[in-house]
Design a protein around this ligand. Sequence first.
Ligand code: HEM
Length: 177
Amino acid sequence: MAKLGNRGLRVLRTIHLVAAGLWIGGAVALNLMIAGLSTAESDGQLYGFNLACKFLDDAVLIPGAMGCLVTGILISSLTNWGFWKHRWVIVKYVLTIFCILFGTFYLGPTVNDQPEISYREGLMALSNPEYIDNYYSSLKGGAVQILLLLLMFLISVFKPLKGRGRGFVPEHGPKAS
Ligand code: HEM
């Protein structure tokens, strides 16, 4: 497959970094909102708060995660970094796919179900076991996700485990450090 030139790689890397920023920024903002802004004093406030959390998830966090995956795949396909040449890239695939599945099947429902409960029950939702369970699950699960994202930033910058073994020499080694 044809490889990108320097300029193309820079553009792709920029989009990758913007997506990574959106993902971690959205995740940190959502966790801070859930931890610090959930002391609603009226039914409408609680519902509005839950809607805002869902909006942040849908409009920032999810596009960031998808953007990272898509640009990651493009970087692998269109540059010499490849898919399997470096263990750090493989680790990023595993962690990214894990975070996306964790976000879709575990974290997503804990945020998506809240507006419906608070719309139906108003402030009484605060003593609904399902609402409380969702609240703590998204806080704890969100913290795990943020730690994994930070780990991916570290892996990306330090690029440990280059190659796949001692004698590994990529066919056309990437120029990047
Ligand atoms: C499918 C998943 C991913 C793949 C295959 C992937 C692959 C790559 C590759 C090959 C580079 C090096 C580009 C270059 O220097 O030319 C890179 C850079 C980078 N990636 Fe990813 N990535 C993925 C997901 C992520 C995620 C989830 C994050 C963070 C949330 C992230 C953060 C970064 C950062 C910060 C850099 C820039 C490192 C630097 O230039 O020093 N990536 N990625």
